[in-house]
Design a protein around this ligand. Sequence first.
Ligand code: DGP
Length: 112
Amino acid sequence: MNCLFCSIVSGDIPSTRVYEDERVLAFRDINPQAPVHILVIPKVHLSSLDEVTEKSSALIAHLLEVIPSIARAEGLTNGYRVVTNIGEDGCQSVKHLHFHILGGAKLGEQMA
Ligand code: DGP
């Protein structure tokens, strides 16, 4: 399968990794929308949150658990935002499930 984030997981495409374990990878977004902008992804390919089922719920729970520790390591002590875009209307451009961690400044109040 030709997937950009699978290629980042394999190392075929370089990225600036900030966290990694056997199931999850986090790296800096190439086009940051905030002073801190990190993408957190499962290493296995899931196309979006829309594909998550009971079978993958333990993986997603683990992924969500690592987000606060990444935020702490990045110094986001005053809050941050976590976003996942899904499909066409959600403006998802990379079809591999990812959660954006955005912070390091006061973010805009608009969500959409
Ligand atoms: P989304 O629009 O939610 O699908 O976000 C995809 C994000 O992926 C977008 O913020 C830019 C980022 N991105 C795209 N290509 C690359 C890449 O090659 N490396 C890194 N680090 N980030 C990328």
